[in-house]
Design a protein. Sequence first.
Length: 168
Amino acid sequence: MGTVYRKTDKGQAEITTRQFHLPMKLRSALIMVDGKRTDEDLLRMIPGQAQEVLQTLLNEGFIEVVAVAAPPRPSSSSSRPPEGAASKPATPGLPPAPSRPLDQMRTQAVRFVVEQLGPLGDDIAIRMEKARSWPDLHPALVIAHRLLADNRGTATADAFKAAFLTAE
């Protein structure tokens, strides 16, 4: 999974006019942001403290999150668990399903994301709404947590994590 960034109007202005006099390291990273590459791609391309560089560009409004790319899903129908598999042990690495009803948790999580992120959270909100099982919902919740941390800060992300990603 990776976050996809694009240049904001401010970022485009910096590329075109050098209006904001970004240091070369930040400007070079800004040039690489194209609305297609994930943060993982960019982290491999940007020398040095790449995560800090991307965070600085994001915090200063030169780039923005446009999508969170999910890993490709297996297309084979044989990889789907059998009908009664929900009661079997969880997927390795997946925390146990919460005790509250999935529909209730999904609805509350979608509301939280939409209220906090507005249109920026639409894609992940739709993905959460489509989830019909804990193994489908959990990765979307993790992505939402990351988006909240990147865009609304640690306190908001921690509140989301406490409400939706911790065992009850």
